[in-house]
Design a protein around this ligand. Structure first.
Ligand code: UT7
Length: 390
């Protein structure tokens, strides 16, 4: 049985439940850094960066901002649009390469801050493809019936792992977060298909040598002249890989969804480089206007770039009910992933954010703080009492 047959069968087997996007939100740091700001301390120029990448500026986290704080803000917005309570969530997934810690996961922090105490939480590592991977995991769990609602987040603080002396990478990336709420519904549509792929043989083209078996990584990083905890990238090779897999995997996802590439109303690709998107549009034979691009304002925000672009596409009214949209990510691993969604929000009312629910959400955010503190305090008291008794 081929992979396509397996996926088609899986789709058919669970067709009674559909996973729909019912909420979305995004957050970026307060401070923007323009190409001119960068060229004050890196040997580069606005002309070079804009001509080669399409980037004009990116946002950079300040001391108080982190992957988790940005993810939390994006998540709050997504819950607001979905008009559900944090306690309605069954799952929180954060796709990231710049997690707050190895563990606890960034997803667990966000789950706690939201007071989503009925939800499981984990981080997902698939570099810039992570958001599409996470959407696939959440949508499949919904369609299989193991959960009803999921919060899927892509969040990064790339500025923390950049080598600011390496002009071939530090000019490309930025910080930010985007989130969506997926929910089960009987209305046909929502996530129609996904294609996930990896080529680990290309792992040396794009990486952050860091955690895990640290001694092994330390010698690997040293031997190749790479710095530990800093990103390195063979840009030209990654560029060629990206232009090939974007078109290929969008075609595959369309085939699985039983639609033609021409039926796609908007492609929302990972925002790495405007030239990659233009080349991929040419290969697919579709108008480059159908490729959403906001790389000019945010740079490459890795796993956050697709949900941020999705939010802006919705805000700009580039997505209408019943439209087919394709998400496509590519990056370290190497990994790549595509997904076709039939847009349509199966809600009784188009009026988002009822006042009562908004108040209930804010009460839950307040409770979250006290709940965490009181649980820690209780644990400390209990352990002190046990010490005294023994
Ligand atoms: O999100 C994960 C996926 N990532 C990507 O998809 C990134 C894919 N790669 C790229 O977007 C492009 O390869 C880059 C934007 C990284 C580089 O663009 P390029 O057109 O491939 O440039 P290049 O690396 O071939 O460099 C051309 C020249 C070199 O100078 P020489 O050797 O021709 O004298 C570089 O040293 O440009 C020089 N250069 C720069 N000059 C000014 C490289 N970086 C810079 C810079 N400013 N920042």
């Amino acid at each position: 049985m081929t992979t396509s047959d397996k996926s088609a069968n899986a789709n058919a087997a669970v067709s009674a439940r559909h996973a729909h996007v019912i909420g979305w939100g995004m957050a970026v740091p307060e401070t923007a850094m323009t190409n001119d700001d960068l060229s004050a301390f890196v040997d580069t120029s606005d002309d070079w960066i804009y001509a080669r990448t399409g980037i004009k500026q990116r946002f950079i986290a300040n001391e108080g901002e982190s992957t988790a704080t940005l993810a939390y803000l994006a998540a709050q917005q997504a819950l607001e649009v979905a008009d559900i309570l944090p306690t309605d969530l069954d799952l929180v997934v954060v796709a990231t390469s710049t997690a707050e810690n190895i563990f606890p996961s960034t997803a667990s922090l966000v789950q706690d801050w939201l007071n989503a105490h009925e939800a499981g939480a984990f981080d997902l590592s698939a570099a810039c493809s992570g958001f599409v991977y996470a959407m696939n995991m959440a949508a499949d769990s919904i369609r299989a019936g193991s959960i009803d609602s999921a919060l899927v987040i892509g969040a990064e603080t790339m500025s923390r792992i950049l080598d600011w002396q390496d002009r071939s990478t530090c000019i490309l990336f930025g910080d930010g977060a985007g989130a969506v709420v997926l929910q089960a519904n009987e209305t046909p549509g929502g996530v129609l298909s996904s294609v996930l792929r990896s080529d680990g043989a290309g792992g040396d083209l794009l990486a952050i040598p860091s955690v895990g078996s640290i001694d092994a990584n330390q010698s690997r990083a040293g031997a190749n002249g790479y710095k530990l905890y800093k990103m390195y990238m063979a840009g030209g090779e990654v560029f060629k890989f990206a232009t090939r897999v974007v078109s290929e995997s969008v075609e595959q996802a369309c085939k699985l969804a039983d639609i033609n590439v021409e039926d796609i109303n908007l492609v929302i690709p990972h925002q790495a480089n405007l030239r990659i998107l233009q080349a991929a549009a040419r290969k697919l034979g579709i108008d480059s206007d159908k490729f959403m691009s906001n790389v000019e304002r945010y740079g490459n925000t890795s796993a956050a770039s697709i949900p941020i672009a999705l939010c802006e596409a919705i805000e700009e009214r580039r997505i209408q009910n019943k439209d087919h949209i394709a998400l496509v990510g590519f990056g370290g691993g190497l990994t790549w992933a595509s997904m076709v969604i039939r847009w349509g929000i199966p809600k009784p009312s188009e009026q988002h954010g009822s006042l009562l629910n908004r108040q209930r959400r804010h009460v839950q955010y307040r409770i979250a703080k006290w709940r965490s503190r009181s649980r820690r305090w209780r644990r400390r008291v209990n352990s002190r009492v046990r010490d005294l008794q023994s």
